[in-house]
Design a protein around this ligand. Structure first.
Ligand code: NAD
Ligand code: UFG
Length: 337
């Protein structure tokens, strides 16, 4: 039995993971309310893989909708991406974030328990390392948060830990993603944010395609080699592969594990802008702007636990990530339609 329920499967990381799952021989059922994605992404997953996907347009906060999916499909494991993810927005509308992300996860887990599904892989984030740890981050460091979005990740990890303590046949893997960028090499799926992007690479992509004029570099006076922020960018296809490995691990082990998915290497804002300029064939216009509130200087993973547990390692470098992002952006200047 190899059927995986992918919540949030129409979104950026979810769609790439569905491709990887289908290519690895799994059956995929997607549950997504499309609040931050388009149904067209499902057709594109099918086009890339040549395989069919069962799609439910439904909300994880609705227990009955969750149950209907377990009723109609023999689900072996869940990969749980569905959630709201904009840090700034979470500060403005915290109730929506706690309700969607935490209540949604609890309703989903209640349905899993009702139908005897005991394996979950959850989208956590490097944001759980907070402001007080020093990179490279290891999974045993204390977790904390500085905004409601981050707190939802810390709390959901705790909920999963508690469930595994209460039921020793339950298996939960929280994957702590570093900074996912890039796109599938087909150029058919990629990141398609609404409005003006907050994150670095989606913003640069819009400068490259001519929709935005100039990148604001948030601070050049950090304690880093060139003064700009350093992050561990990871190709979304490497990340997707990590989910297939995590599902396999969860099917063979019980208990809770938190696992970093990153390359272990940091790149600065200026290095990313330069790599993107090479990929698209023209320099990315930039200006130095003040620091962004809440940002840290440096974040990168110690990725040795993923290597040890899953035999997983990131492969793509920053040039490949930028080339694939540009390929998607130029083929889909108005996003996925
Ligand atoms: P995304 O917004 O592209 O995908 C999330 C998907 O979940 C969307 O398709 C959205 O429509 C769906 N969704 C949201 N709330 C839902 C609900 N209540 N019911 C059903 N569907 C719902 O985001 P992404 O970048 O693919 O991120 C996926 C997950 O990974 C999220 O949980 C996010 O917090 C986490 N994550 C993302 C990043 C990143 O930088 N992209 C980093 C760390 C962690
Ligand atoms: N940056 C700019 N200009 C921009 C956007 C970003 O200079 O227009 C800089 C930031 O200051 C930072 C770096 O680019 O130094 C990366 O910023 P992102 O917004 O792309 O990513 P963050 O590391 O701030 O945060 C992201 C997600 C979080 C997640 C975290 C770890 O937004 O939700 O990665 O996974 F928690």
């Amino acid at each position: 039995m190899n059927k995986i329920l992918v919540t949030g499967g129409a979104g950026f990381i979810g769609s790439h993971t569905c491709v990887e799952l289908l290519n690895s021989g799994y059956d995929v059922v997607i549950m997504d309310n499309l609040c931050n994605s388009k149904e067209a992404a499902i057709g594109r997953i099918e086009k890339i893989t040549g395989k069919k996907v069962k799609f439910y347009k439904a909300d994880i906060c609705d227990f009955d909708s969750c149950c209907k999916i377990f009723e109609e499909n023999e689900i072996d494991s869940v990969i749980h991406f569905a959630g709201l993810k904009a840090v700034g927005e979470s500060v403005r509308i915290p109730v929506e974030y706690y309700s969607n992300n935490i209540t949604g996860t609890l309703e989903l887990i209640k349905a899993m328990k009702k139908y005897g599904c005991k394996k979950i892989v959850f989208s956590s984030s490097a944001t759980v390392y907070g402001m007080n740890n020093k990179a490279p981050y290891t999974e045993d460091m204390p977790t904390s948060a500085t905004n409601p979005y981050g707190y939802t990740k810390v709390m959901i990890e705790q909920i999963l830990r508690d469930i595994c303590v209460s039921d020793d046949s339950f298996s939960a893997v929280a994957l702590r993603y570093f900074n996912p960028i890039g796109a599938h090499s087909s150029g058919l799926i990629g990141e398609d944010p609404n409005g003006i992007p907050n994150n670095l690479v989606p913003y640069i992509a819009q400068v490259a395609i001519g929709k935005l004029e100039c990148l604001s570099v948030y601070g050049d006076d950090y304690d880093t080699p060139d003064g700009t922020g350093v992050r561990d960018y990871i190709h979304v296809c490497d990340l997707a592969r990590g989910h297939v490995d995590a599902v396999k691990y969860a099917s063979e082990h019980t208990g809770f594990e938190a696992v970093n998915l990153g390359t272990g290497k940091g790149s600065s804002v200026l290095e990313v802008a330069d790599a993107y300029g090479k990929a698209c064939g023209k320099p990315i216009a930039r200006k130095i702007a003040p620091r962004r509130a809440g940002d840290i200087a440096t974040s990168f993973a110690d990725a040795s636990k993923a290597a040890r547990l899953f035999n997983w390692q990131a492969k793509a470098d920053i040039n490949q990530m930028c080339a694939d992002s540009w390929n998607f952006t130029k083929n889909n200047p108005d996003g996925i339609k």
